[in-house]
Design a binder for this molecule. Structure first.
Ligand SMILES: Nc1nc2c(c(=O)[nH]1)N[C@H]1C(S)=C(S)[C@@H](COP(=O)(O)OP(=O)(O)OC[C@H]3O[C@@H](n4cnc5c(=O)[nH]c(N)nc54)[C@H](O)[C@@H]3O)O[C@H]1N2
Ligand SMILES: Nc1nc2c(c(=O)[nH]1)N[C@H]1C(S)=C(S)[C@@H](COP(=O)(O)OP(=O)(O)OC[C@H]3O[C@@H](n4cnc5c(=O)[nH]c(N)nc54)[C@H](O)[C@@H]3O)O[C@H]1N2
Ligand SMILES: [Mo]
Length: 767
């Protein structure tokens, strides 16, 4: 008898077909018009090869604890221990470090996507436990978006415009006449949504946009960032120069006297400073189309023509999150606001600007007005934090001063790191620098189902179950459904659910009553669902099925807002709808930033050349775009079918323009070495004219596999190459997309990356 188990992951909902304790098939969710192929990869979670099967401790740490040789991490053998012993050691370390160094010496920011389950959410449960145990150093913002939300909070008053609450795509399809897409609007990234997703609708909106004949311009170094059937014009911009294009467009409008002075006066503050800059008053350089063309590598005539169109037609500007994941990433988002304001389009149906469309599946879709399910982290006894991507800076430079969002701050002295549900040896920039930083804490605990590059480098590893092995529920602010995640198979080895692990540690810390509030797994899943259901009924008079009906059918529709026009009320009456900014208006010239006086984030949107870009490159250098992988989520399920299908000759594919390849004698399918002063890795060359000249595209997520001490990563993990600096003194976000590299044919025979990883893993397993 085949059992049908409703389930969900960040890449969508599905039904697991289970026979005699084994998953024998995966069926897409009935209400999903475009299911992700990655749903068929989840059976790989049941493969024990790379799973952590029991709690283990690094040999040297077991012998010497905090005094161990920390350079043994990653190469010393693990020793198996019982769960009781493992949780004793973890609780003991938390108590020791809190007592001797204070709770801020415990870093439990633990960034990562973990499972989409809202109950067993690893990092939330870690924080809940640590808050009951005196607190921890956490993180603010995300790798996805940091510079963006920081600048939006100061210029639009909140971050809704990049969190999926700008104009919805249904309104854009209905009203826009010109759509300028900076970056991507791609089904590749729209496969995923944090917290799971029921229906994937981006294709449908793009078809409606194409059907209405909206003029679409794709501004991106990579033509495949938008499906070709949308019929867009491709502007192959130099990476990280979008701000110059936006300013050139705004400048042309202002120089022609065609800016909407009424809108600027009524709805913005500081526009005089911004307009003066566009006219060239402070630097003698008017921001013209020709000025922008020289920086961006685009055509000046086309820029001038587009500037006219932005005013003459209903125009919408979108920018992917990727644009702010770069040095000075605050600027393209702020410049987009400036350009839309100058054109007078903000607050009109299908007009204005918005961020992150298609970056996740739910951005631009109708958004949830109800309450999405989620565990509480509880009140924080201490407020210590770092900007998320400053992890290596913190570990390498305890006590050093830095700035964030206008505050002067100091890095804590970290003694203990606890990571649950994230993979910094995938996600962080400059992995060789991270490897050095990783030798600084006295103790590192990693809790994950998989023996990732991070887990390998831990002192104590705790095996978590995957979502297949427990009950949970999915859903978030941008998912149209709450989805059941039923248990399909028994836990592998000695793995335990995240809740059970933290509950056991909380018990040893004497705080389990407050941690579990007397509920077990199904008690919590039921409770979290009912919180959302009650809210919908009481606040929105929206009926959701009772829990048992929901659990049996596997999903429940949520109340959503469609046809949304961002800032429509504000535009109509700014006095009655003031924004949460310094002026209550859209800020185009900021008193706050003027006072702070940062060279890398000034008082108005500005073009500031990034640390690495083609305009400042040496001959032979290419700009590396390390974008999101198509066949997996980040580093998850890297060896499963959808991910392997994107590899070639067992390696990640580096996409290169044929002309750039020819100059380097690189043939399609050849093994190539990518390198710069920070590191080197291998990939398989894929030649395509979809990549702009001077640009190289390598997806993220391959499992970091350095070959001995050679410094060469075999897997094709771009983060051995990327730059680990903050976006600016203001935002301190991740600058992954700012990176110059060189590429050459790799002459020798190279070992297989996945085999080598597995072999390295076997060498540190218990004897
Ligand atoms: N160069 C470059 N780097 C980037 C980016 C880029 O554009 N370029 N993008 C960045 C972005 S936007 C992001 S969001 C990050 C993503 O970085 P991460 O979120 O760290 O990446 P994941 O691979 O999703 O890591 C999640 C981890 O959780 C584990 N996990 C899964 N289920 C469970 C569970 O139930 N319990 C526990 N305990 N663990 C579980 C997985 O095995 C995996 O190790 O990467 C960033 N890095
Ligand atoms: N399949 C899959 N989907 C995912 C993820 C995944 O791992 N796999 N990760 C999810 C996560 S956590 C996030 S945050 C989102 C991220 O969503 P995005 O940030 O939108 O995704 P990226 O793939 O990093 O970048 C999108 C495109 O932006 C373009 N781009 C990069 N730099 C520049 C630039 O300077 N100028 C211009 N004009 N274009 C540029 C690149 O060509 C790139 O292909 O994706 C989500 N979706
Ligand atoms: Mo992300």
């Amino acid at each position: 008898m085949i059992r049908r188990v409703p389930h969900c992951s960040h890449w969508g909902a599905y039904t697991l077909l289970v026979d005699q304790g084994r998953i024998v098939g995966v069926e897409p969710f009935v209400h999903d018009p475009a299911p992700s192929p990655v749903i068929h990869s989840v059976t790989e979670w049941a493969n024990p090869d790379r799973r952590i099967l029991r709690p283990m401790v690094r040999e040297g740490w077991l012998a010497a604890g905090a005094q161990s040789d920390r350079r043994g991490r990653g190469s010393e053998r693990f020793v198996p221990v019982s769960w009781d012993e493992a949780t004793d050691l973890v609780a003991g370390e938390i108590r020791r470090v809190a007592r001797d160094h204070g709770n801020e010496a415990i870093f439990a920011g633990s960034y990562g996507w973990t499972s989409c389950g809202r109950f067993h959410h690893a990092s939330t449960l870690l924080k809940r436990m640590m808050n009951l145990a005196g607190g921890y150093t956490g993180h603010v913002d995300t790798y996805s978006i940091a510079a963006g939300p920081v600048i939006l909070r100061h210029t639009l008053g909140d971050e809704r415009a990049c969190g999926g609450q700008s104009n919805t795509l249904d309104t854009i399809a209905e009203h826009s006449e010109t759509l300028v897409i900076f970056g991507a609007m791609s089904p590749r990234t729209a496969q995923s949504e944090a917290g799971g997703i029921g229906g994937h609708h981006l294709d449908g909106y793009l078809r409606a946009i194409a059907a209405r004949g909206i003029r679409v311009i794709l501004v991106s170094p990579f033509r495949d960032d938008l499906p070709d059937w949308v019929g867009a014009e491709w502007w192959p911009i130099r990476p990280n120069t979008d701000t110059a294009l936006m300013l050139g467009l705004a400048g042309e409008i202002v120089l022609a006297g065609r800016h909407d002075a009424g809108f600027l006066d009524r709805c913005t503050s500081g526009s005089d400073q911004f307009l003066a800059y566009l006219r060239g008053a402070p630097d003698g350089q008017p921001k013209t189309a020709d000025w922008a063309a020289a920086i961006t590598g685009l055509d000046g005539h086309a820029i001038r023509a587009l500037a006219r169109r932005l005013v003459d037609t209903r125009s919408m500007i979108t920018a992917s999150w990727a644009l702010q994941r770069a040095h000075h990433g605050e600027q393209p988002f702020w410049a987009a606001i400036g350009m839309a304001a100058v054109a007078g389009q903000i607050g009109l149906p299908g007009g204005g600007m918005g961020f992150g469309y298609g970056s996740l599946g739910g951005v631009g879709a109708p958004f949830v007005t109800g309450r999405s399910p989620g565990m509480s982290q509880g009140p924080r006894p201490i407020s210590s934090f770092i900007p998320v991507a400053r992890i290596s800076d913190m570990l390498l430079n305890p006590g050093e001063r830095y700035t964030y969002e206008g505050q002067d701050r100091t890095y804590p002295d970290t003694r203990l790191v606890y990571w649950a549900g994230g993979n910094p040896f995938h996600h962080h920039q400059d992995l060789n620098r991270l490897a050095e930083a990783w030798t600084r804490p006295e103790t590192i605990i990693v809790q994950d189902p998989m023996f990732t590059a991070t887990a390998r480098r831990a002192d104590i590893v705790l095996p978590a179950t995957t979502s297949l092995e427990r009950n949970d529920l999915a859903g978030n602010k941008r998912s149209d459904f709450i989805l059941a995640m039923g248990k399909a198979i028994e836990p592998l080895g000695e793995a335990r659910s995240d809740f059970d692990i933290f509950n056991a540690i909380a018990g040893k810390l004497g705080v389990s009553d407050a941690f579990n509030e007397g509920r077990d797994e199904m008690g919590w899943v039921r409770h979290l669902y009912n919180e959302s259901r009650d809210y919908a009924a009481q606040q929105l008079a929206f009926d959701m099925p009772d829990f048992d009906t929901f659990w049996a059918q596997g999903y429940a529709a949520c109340p959503v807002q469609r046809n949304h026009t961002y800032l429509a009320d504000y535009r109509n009456d700014p006095d009655s709808h003031p924004l949460n900014t310094e002026s209550g208006r859209i800020v185009l010239g900021s008193d706050t930033l003027a006072r702070l006086g940062y060279a890398d984030c000034g008082a108005h949107p500005s073009w500031i050349a990034p640390a690495e870009w083609l305009g400042g490159a040496a001959p032979g250098e290419l700009h590396l775009i390390s974008h999101q992988p198509n066949g997996r989520l980040h580093s998850q399920l890297e060896t499963a079918p959808a991910s392997l299908a994107e590899k070639r000759a067992g390696r990640e594919q580096l996409r290169l323009n044929p002309a750039d390849a020819r100059l380097r004698a690189i043939e399609d399918g050849a093994t190539v070495r990518l390198w710069n002063a920070r590191g080197a890795c291998l990939a398989t060359a894929c030649l395509t004219d979809a990549v702009a000249r001077g640009v190289a595209v390598l997806p993220t997520g391959a499992w970091f596999t350095p070959l001995g001490n050679s410094g060469l990563d075999l897997s094709g993990n771009p983060n051995v190459l990327t730059l680990d600096i903050g976006t600016s003194a203001f935002g301190q976000g991740c600058s992954a997309h700012t990176c110059l590299i060189r590429v050459e044919p790799y002459g020798s025979e190279a070992p297989d990356a996945i085999d080598t990883y597995n072999h390295q893993l076997a060498e540190i397993m218990p004897v």
